[in-house]
Design a protein around this ligand. Structure first.
Ligand code: NAG
Ligand code: NAG
Ligand code: NAG
Ligand code: NAG
Ligand code: NAG
Length: 611
């Protein structure tokens, strides 16, 4: 067995190893002095760069590789897979492949699911080509068939979706290589296709200015895999600073590469309102930073489809009743009264957490009417069943208390103007908003009632939540710090939760105030409670201090650390994951992302030697 594969790898060696003059002569063409490293997979140490050898012995063979990527594909228990699968058995052999000889067999995919599977396999092929910058110059006329078997025709993507898959690579002979994928749903099959691409690594060289690139695949594999947590999210905030659609899509590409499955789109806030509403165009007319900084209905629909093909649900959040200002300030002008209060208040320290202030006006029925139109637009946009985030954080009572209209409304209702009175007003808002959402969701063709999300807050305090929020309807996104007991308390009370511990999974921390930056290791090391009510977690990219310019480096590869935590919940330490994360980073770069660096280049070439 080994002999045959060695021969194949040697064929590669002949193509990429340059001859080198060993004499020291400064007048000679310096190109002949390019480094000629080779890489070796050393048990317990991972891939190690070897010192250059003399001309005669410099031949690659089955245990000596041209680059660290190829080495890593077959090195270690999980090779180059990220997130690590449940179980994997990988061959140590590699086979040269070429995309022109790759074929997907979808006969075992139900007819209703073939369209989306075709899009998924297209993405897979694009990702393989990307490993070679779009041009795999090294030919390998070896047929490679990926047989896809999907059991269910159901295309629903929600928290019940079965994402498990089996992936087998079987090499019967040098020219009979098959990949078998079996999954319950198309989304499980998509994860399998992602794992398939991660079994492949590029070899690169350049001769007289001509780029050469080949692809090598692990010759045998048996992977059994499924996620530990159902909700593996990444939050993008597009209100504090706008993010162009191309950058959002690229972020979805990164999520797909790491099997994350919920894009939590915090699309509006008090700062700006970039989401187009066909029913209420005033939201963007008065809320967008500029005409160019608007997400049109078509763009949002396109994003939702784009994400779906990558196994990602888009969860839109309209934060309310607080964190709503710009975009809501036109009511008076149009004869609807104040839809929001304290908007852009000069006394921001009194009325909100950060400027600009703004809170919806719960005393004004026209506010609920505008909200109804907005919800209808969103319900029509989202694929059903839809997961909608209704916000609900950081309500400032002093803001509402500063409005005569609201205070008299409360008096009429018999609410006191102390804390508990304002809590009642706040709960009344959520109760009305939920009813409106249910009605509009049903009118848009959805099957109500679906669960909705709310941020943890004063209102969700364990001693109070039961009284105001129905646990069968609300999933609580807990953003309390690590040392807070709230997550566990809410789980004990029977609430489903999503966890975003702000002191470690907030990607903007370390850039403002007294917050501390978390590196990927710290993010990776945090574990969630093992409880069916703990649905998962999110890593959050708030955009006060970020726009498209720095986005990738701020998000990646740290978000991937959370991705692996949520997918695999590994018991091994972060240090054991670093070589695979290095490989993931280079994979993301091949796909057009610009992730931050993990360590000096030398450490990437000498795995485990910098830990
Ligand atoms: C250095 O290289 C040049 C050009 O190849 C050659 O003419 C010369 O003899 C070399 N010198 C030595 C010391 O090898
Ligand atoms: C591969 O090459 C290295 C260095 O030349 C040698 O030490 C090793 O034994 C070779 N391995 C095989 C399997 O031929
Ligand atoms: C791909 O590479 C081959 C060989 O180097 C070259 O002839 C061809 O023009 C390249 N194609 C593209 C699309 O870059
Ligand atoms: C590969 O081998 C399998 C099992 O022996 C066989 O069914 C299949 O037809 C072969 N494929 C090719 C392309 O030879
Ligand atoms: C609201 O304002 C009234 C009158 O100034 C004051 O008595 C009350 O304490 C305030 N309520 C809150 C929750 O701050």
């Amino acid at each position: 067995m080994a002999g045959r594969w060695s021969a194949l790898v040697l064929a590669l060696a002949a193509g990429v190893v340059n001859s080198m003059d060993t004499s020291f002569n400064t007048t000679q063409d310096n190109l002949n002095f390019e480094p000629q490293w080779t890489y070796k997979c050393v048990p317990d140490e991972g891939c190690q760069r070897m010192e250059p050898m003399g001309q005669t012995s410099r031949q690659l063979n089955a245990s000596l590789f041209q680059n660290v990527d190829v080495c890593h594909a077959v090195c270690g228990r999980f090779g180059s897979l990220w997130p690590r699968p449940g179980t994997a058995a990988l061959s140590t052999q590699l086979l040269k492949i070429h995309p022109n000889y790759l074929r997907y067999d979808i006969q075992e995919v139900p007819a209703e699911a073939r369209h989306i599977i075709a899009s998924m396999t297209h993405v897979t092929s694009q990702n393989l080509l990307a490993e070679c910058d779009g041009n795999v110059t090294e030919l390998a006329e070896r047929p490679l068939v990926v047989y896809i078997h999907v059991k269910s025709a159901d295309l629903t993507l929600d928290e019940q979706t079965n994402e498990q898959y089996m992936l087998d690579v079987v090499s019967r002979s040098a020219n009979n290589i098959s990949v078998y994928i079996v999954a319950d749903t198309v989304y499980g099959a998509r994860h399998a296709l992602e794992s398939f691409t991660q079994l492949i690594a590029p070899t690169r060289a350049e001769f007289s200015g001509e780029k050469q690139c080949g692809l090598f695949m692990v010759a045998g594999a048996k992977i059994r895999d499924k996620p530990v947590f159902k909700h593996r999210g990444l939050l993008l905030d597009t209100s504090r600073n706008f993010l162009p659609m191309a950058d959002i899509k690229r972020t979805v590409d990164g999520m797909a590469a790491t099997k994350m499955n919920v894009l939590h789109w915090h699309v509006t806030d008090s700062h700006s309102f970039p989401l187009e509403s066909t029913r209420v165009p005033q939201f963007t007319r008065f809320g967008a930073y500029s005409p160019a900084e608007i997400y049109t209905v078509e763009e949002v629909q396109d994003l939702i489809q784009y994400a779906r093909v990558r196994g990602v649900r888009v969860m839109i959040e309209i934060d309310a009743p607080a964190h709503a200002g710009n975009g809501w300030q036109w009511g008076k002008e149009y004869g609807y009264g104040d839809l929001a209060v304290c908007v852009n208040s000069k006394e921001w320290r009194k009325h909100c957490i950060q400027p600009p202030c703004g809170q919806l006006n719960p005393a004004n029925p026209e506010m609920y009417n505008a909200l109804r139109h907005l919800y209808r637009d969103i319900a029509e946009l989202m694929t059903k069943p839809a997961l909608f985030h209704m916000g609900g954080d950081e309500v400032f009572f002093s803001c509402w208390n500063s409005s005569q209209e609201i205070v008299s409304y409360m008096k009429d209702k018999g609410y006191s103007t102390d804390r508990e009175g304002f809590i009642k007003l706040w709960a009344e808002f959520h109760s009305k908003a939920l009813q409106i959402w249910d009605e509009e969701y049903a009118a848009a063709g959805g099957k109500a009632p679906q669960p909705v999300m709310l941020w943890s807050s004063e209102l969700t305090k364990p001693e109070r939540i039961d009284k105001y929020l129905d646990k069968t309807r609300y999933i609580i996104e807990v953003w309390e710090p690590l040392d807070s007991p709230v997550l566990k308390q809410l789980i004990r009370l029977g609430y489903r939760t999503i966890s975003v511990p702000k002191d470690i999974w907030y990607l903007d921390h370390g850039l403002w105030g007294i917050t501390k930056y978390s590196n990927w290791r710290r993010m990776y090391s945090h574990t969630l409670p093992a409880d069916p009510k703990a649905l998962g977690g999110e890593v959050a990219m708030w955009s006060e201090y970020i726009d498209a310019n720095g986005l990738d480096a701020r998000v990646w590869p740290r978000a991937a650390a959370v991705g692996e935590r949520l997918w695999a919940d590994p018991t091994s330490p972060a240090s054991a994951a670093e070589p695979r994360l290095q490989r993931l980073r280079r994979r993301l770069m091949a796909r057009g992302l610009r992730p931050d660096v993990l360590a000096p280049g030398w450490c990437a070439d000498h795995e485990t030697k910098c830990l």
